[in-house]
Design a protein around this ligand. Structure first.
Ligand SMILES: [Zn+2]
Length: 244
């Protein structure tokens, strides 16, 4: 069984490593449709061979302008991972490296309630976006539990999925996440297979979809999935190269 989880961050035209241009994002959704790939909720991805789930990290406000409407148009489910201590602020958490990552606005609680009401799943992404594996275990646990608790209180829906900040975890952090959440995602550039653990789901960052590492991995897939994913990636790469 092979399927894939796509990761997006910001939908903006800056070309930064966390940015996908709005037109490129729409092109990806069209490519998925043209390839006949079923787009399913993250909670269903391990039971959907050949399927794709769509996720957004950090909860950037530009999701409202360039993400939500397109997803609704295609009727594609998606999950947005929220940093509970930074809602309505910018991605200026203490661990954010100085340098080329743009500082952008994040959705506030009203906006998150609004997209949740429109059917977007909200997942937890910690309180302050730290490197969890560098923290004492009790602190890492609070980052996960407090994020979940505040989100559930403010949104009024269960929060069952988690994304490790920076995709970084450790065996201890994954054990904690496995206790607290039904699913937890990293950022390894791999496909979801029958061997994937629900506390350590790999994701394909949209920024790297055209990379040779993804293509090399594709060659090891069972034939039917290989063909459908090859078609998908070809479509996605075309969109990327047109927009470059
Ligand atoms: Zn993040």
């Amino acid at each position: 069984m092979v399927s894939a989880i796509l990761t997006y961050h910001s939908l903006d035209p800056s070309g930064s490593v966390i940015s996908i241009a709005p037109g490129t994002f729409r092109g990806h959704m069209e490519a998925l449709k043209e390839a006949g790939i079923p787009v399913v909720a993250l909670s269903k991805i391990q039971q959907t061979p050949g399927g794709v789930a769509i996720t957004f990290d950090d909860g950037f406000r530009n999701f409202l302008d360039h993400g939500a409407g397109v997803l609704e148009e295609f009727r594609y489910p998606a999950t947005v991972f929220v940093v509970s201590g930074y809602c309505g602020r910018k991605n200026e958490w203490p661990s954010q490296p100085a340098g080329p990552i743009p500082r952008l606005e994040l959705m506030d609680w009203d906006e998150l309630r609004q997209i949740s009401g429109a059917g977007i799943e909200l997942g937890a992404h910690s309180v302050t976006h730290p490197f969890l594996s560098a923290l004492p275990e009790a602190t890492a646990e609070r980052e996960m539990r407090d994020c979940r608790a505040e989100m559930e209180e403010r949104i009024g829906r269960p929060v069952e999925a988690f994304a490790y900040p920076y995709g970084k975890s450790s065996p201890a952090v994954r054990r904690l996440a496995g206790d607290i959440f039904r699913q937890a995602c990293g950022t390894q550039l791999r496909f979801v297979t029958g061997q994937s653990l629900s506390s350590d789901l790999p994701r394909l960052d949209a920024y790297y979809l055209g990379s040779s590492r993804v293509l090399a991995h594709l060659r090891s897939l069972p034939v039917r999935s290989y063909l459908s994913f090859r078609r998908l990636l070809r479509g996605l790469r075309e969109v990327l190269s047109q927009s470059a």
